[in-house]
Write a protein that binds this ligand. Structure first.
Ligand code: UDP
Length: 327
C-alpha cells in the first residue's frame, strides 16, 4: 500500500513517517514546510506542495500510485484560531476539501485523519468517550469537526473509507532523540517547561490555579507521539472503502499542570520557575480520554503510560536540540 503523508514534516506526522518506513510501507511526504521542518523528513521522501493546490495533489496521487492518505496538515493552535479564524477555516477546512476532492478525482478512497479532543469542547463528564457530544468552544475545534462531518458525508456518497483519530495532548519525542517538538512560537506546556529548564525562558506561567481539580490546575491526558504514530499504522491496516471510524487516542490518565511541573523538575534535575497567571480562554478544567474503543478496534494500546517517561523522551530531544531542528 503506497501512502501519502500530508503534513508529514510536522510534529506528529514526522514521527508517523518514521514508523511507517520502519514498518516497510512505501511512503511519500507532502508538506509546504511552512510550519513543518525539512530536517524532520528524509529528503528523498519529501514533495513540497500546498494543501490548497488541487492540481499538484492530483499529480502526486497519480504519479506515486497512492492507495491511502494520512492527513496531518493543519493549523493547530487554539489561541491563534480565535484571532485568525479565516486562516484556520481556509487552511484546515478548505485545504482538506481540496485534498478530498483530489482524492475523488484520482479514486483514492482511504484516509486516516488527525482529529482532536478539541471537537468535544467543555466536557460534561470525564473520561470522554466517542459518544460525548461534540460542542467545540474555539474555531480550531470547529474546523476539525467540520472535516469529520465532510468525511462522513464523502464516505456515504462516494464510498470513501476513513478513520478519524481524536488525539488528546500529543507529547514527547522519538526516544532516539532525532525527532521532536519544534513550534514557532511555542505554546505547549511541556516544551515550555523544558525550555525554561534550559534557561531559554525566565519562567512558565500557570494558566489558572482556581480550577475545580485536586490542586486547582488543569488536567490533561498526555499521549506519546510514537503511540499516536502506532495507532495511525493500525488505522491504516483497517481503513478501506465503507469503513467509518472515529476514535479517541489518549492514555486515560490525567496529569495536572502542577504535577507536570514537578515531574519536569524531577526529570531535568533543575528548578523551573513559575508564576501564577489568569485562566486561558477556552481551557476546560479536565480532558481525559476513554480510549477503549480505539484499543479494541485497532488492537492498539499506548506504551507510554507513565508521564515521567514521556517527559524523559522530550527532555532528551530538547537537551540535544536546544534550538529545535535549527540546532
Ligand atoms: N498551560 C499553562 N501554561 C502554559 C501553557 C499551557 O498552564 O504556558 C496549561 C494549559 O492551560 C493546559 C495545559 O497546560 O491546561 C496544556 O496546554 P497545551 O497548550 O500544552 O495543550 P492544549 O491542552 O491547549 O492542547
Amino acid at each position: 500500500m503506497n501512502v501519502l503523508v500530508v503534513g508529514g514534516a510536522g510534529y506528529v506526522g514526522s514521527h508517523a513517517v518514521r514508523l511507517l518506513t520502519r514498518a516497510g510501507y512505501p511512503v511519500w511526504v507532502y508538506d509546504n514546510c511552512q510550519r513543518g521542518h525539512r530536517a524532520a523528513v528524509p529528503a528523498e521522501l519529501l514533495i513540497e506542495g500546498d494543501l490548497l493546490d488541487h492540481q499538484k495533489l492530483v499529480d502526486v496521487l497519480r504519479d506515486k500510485s497512492i492507495d491511502a492518505v494520512m492527513h496531518f496538515a493543519a493549523f493547530a493552535l487554539v489561541g491563534e484560531s480565535v484571532s485568525d479564524p479565516a486562516g484556520y477555516y481556509q487552511n484546515n477546512v478548505v485545504g482538506t476539501l481540496t485534498l478530498l476532492n483530489a482524492m475523488r478525482t484520482t479514486n483514492v478512497r482511504r484516509m486516516v485523519f488527525s482529529s482532536t479532543c478539541a471537537t468535544y469542547g467543555i466536557p460534561q463528564s470525564v473520561p470522554i468517550s466517542e459518544e460525548h457530544a461534540q460542542m467545540p468552544v474555539n474555531p480550531y475545534g470547529f474546523t476539525k469537526l467540520c472535516i469529520e462531518q465532510a468525511l462522513q458525508d464523502y464516505a456515504h456518497a462516494y464510498d470513501l473509507g476513513f478513520v478519524a483519530l481524536r488525539y488528546f495532548n500529543a507529547a514527547g519525542a522519538s526516544p532516539d532523540g532525532d525527532l521532536g517538538e519544534d513550534h514557532t512560537p511555542e505554546s505547549h506546556l511541556i516544551p515550555l517547561l523544558l525550555q525554561t529548564a534550559l534557561g531559554q525562558r525566565k519562567h512558565v506561567t500557570i494558566f489558572g490555579q482556581d480550577y475545580p481539580t485536586a490542586d486547582g490546575t488543569c488536567i490533561r491526558d498526555y499521549i506519546h507521539v510514537d503511540d499516536l504514530g502506532t495507532a495511525h499504522i493500525k488505522a491504516l491496516e483497517q481503513v478501506a472503502p465503507g469503513v467509518q471510524l472515529k476514535l479517541n487516542l489518549g492514555t486515560g490518565r490525567g496529569t495536572s499542570v502542577s504535577s507536570a511541573i514537578e515531574t519536569s523538575e524531577l526529570v531535568t534535575g533543575r528548578k523551573i520557575p513559575t508564576v501564577i497567571g489568569d485562566r486561558r480562554a477556552g481551557d476546560p478544567p479536565e480532558l481525559v480520554a476513554d480510549s477503549r474503543r480505539a484499543q479494541r478496534q485497532l488492537d492498539w494500546e499506548p506504551q507510554y503510560l507513565d508521564f515521567k517517561q514521556i517527559v524523559e523522551t522530550a527532555w532528551h530531544w530538547h537537551r540535544t536540540h536546544p534550538h529545535g531542528y535549527a540546532t
